[in-house]
Design a protein around this ligand. Structure first.
Ligand code: F0G
Length: 353
């Protein structure tokens, strides 16, 4: 694979012929086999490690397309509401494109690494005394009133870019996985993966391709509107990235679960944190808490069951963001550091005792 999604997939994306390419060489992320997780789950499990994108999350896939299109249309500024990752990505791609960026985040509720990114990339960062859903409502109105491009996943080009995650999974496996486990917040990514799998399936039609994967989505228990079937007014979860009570892509996501014969289920914060730490310690893969919801869900709920179908042999868990984004949660969960005198025998005891 080579440089950047647009370079690789332009003919399958929504850009206009004259649009410039604003890229940080995103995508082409590793699909890592997870032997210990496979053993626990009873299927061959792979981790699609989206933390390997330039800003450390899957958002870069959507942002390269959305910001290229914005620039092509002559926009001078972009705006988004965010639980952190969209903000970091929008800020980086805006900087790259020479556009101004503004991000609205829920005050005190985004991981510190994401905040550092948005600030370093020169975006105007506004901390709203409200939650993500409030912020999204406000930026939607602002983008109607002012000439500023909205780059949340309500922007169709974001979904176009993010569907390439599914293209890569199919290329890397040499076919469709049996199931895809994915965390769900605003429900853009699951919508994008479904589109990507369908398009990849249509291309392979002549080769008698395998059936499309079962989509298996997971929300945090305190922020699980799709599971509850109703918006959550005050969403709460340790997985701040998916602390969302009223997903913008609600209907599309539910249609994707239904069409794929999959479902959406909830996992508790304790299950998320256990999976988060276990994955880092047992597989050597460090993702952020929201990302671990995919693994937590698979461990808590087991392989998806579809009447009249075999149990999936291959499952891909999408690890949406890098663990370094949120050092506070990591350190709160990790064992203590061992302080030690500057002395050989003291170090010996500290290491071996
Ligand atoms: N995982 C991570 C790490 C995320 O940052 C997000 C969403 C999701 C999963 C859920 O994806 O919203 O497409 O269902 N983060 C957004 C943000 C909301 O503002 O960064 P989704």
């Amino acid at each position: 694979m080579s440089a950047g999604l647009i370079a690789r997939y332009r003919d399958r994306l929504s850009l206009e012929p004259g649009d410039p390419v604003v890229s940080l060489e995103e995508g082409a992320t590793p699909l890592i086999e997870a032997p210990r997780l496979s053993e626990r789950v009873g299927a061959r499990v792979y981790l699609k490690f989206e933390g390997a994108n330039p800003t450390g999350s899957f958002k870069d896939r959507g942002m390269t397309v959305a910001v290229s299109r914005a620039k092509g249309r002559g926009a001078e500024a972009v705006i988004c509401a965010s639980t952190g990752n969209t903000a970091a990505s929008a800020a980086a791609y805006a900087a790259r494109a020479g556009l101004r960026g503004a991000v609205i985040v829920p005050e005190g509720k985004i991981a510190i690494g994401k905040l550092a990114q948005a600030l370093m990339h020169g975006a105007r960062v506004v901390a709203l005394r409200g939650n993500f859903d409030d912020a999204l409502r406000i930026v939607r109105e602002l983008s109607q009133k002012h000439p500023i491009e909205l780059v949340n996943s309500v922007n169709p080009h974001r979904i176009e870019g993010q569907k390439t995650g599914a293209f890569e999974v199919v290329e890397q496996l040499g076919g469709m996985p049996g199931a895809l486990a994915i965390p769900v917040g605003n429900a853009g990514n699951v919508t994008a993966y479904w589109r990507g799998f369908k398009e990849a399936g249509e291309r392979d039609e002549n080769e008698g391709s395998s059936p499309l994967p079962i989509l298996y989505g997971f929300q945090a228990e305190g922020a699980a509107p799709l599971v509850d079937g109703a918006p959550v007014e005050k969403p709460e979860t340790v997985a701040s990235a998916i602390r969302i009570g009223n997903p913008a892509r609600w209907e599309e996501a539910m249609a994707a679960f239904t069409e794929s014969r999959g479902r959406v289920a909830a996992v508790s914060d304790a299950q998320i944190l256990d999976a988060y730490r276990w994955l880092a310690a047992a597989e050597g893969v460090f993702c952020e808490p929201a990302s671990a919801a995919s693994v937590a869900g698979l461990l808590a709920h087991g392989l998806p069951v579809v009447e009249g179908a075999e149990s999936p042999e291959t499952v891909v868990c999408v690890l949406t963001g890098h663990g370094l984004k949120d050092p506070d949660t990591a350190l709160g969960k990790a064992p203590a550091v061992i302080n030690c005198e500057n002395d050989l025998s003291a170090v010996e005891r500290a290491v071996f005792d």
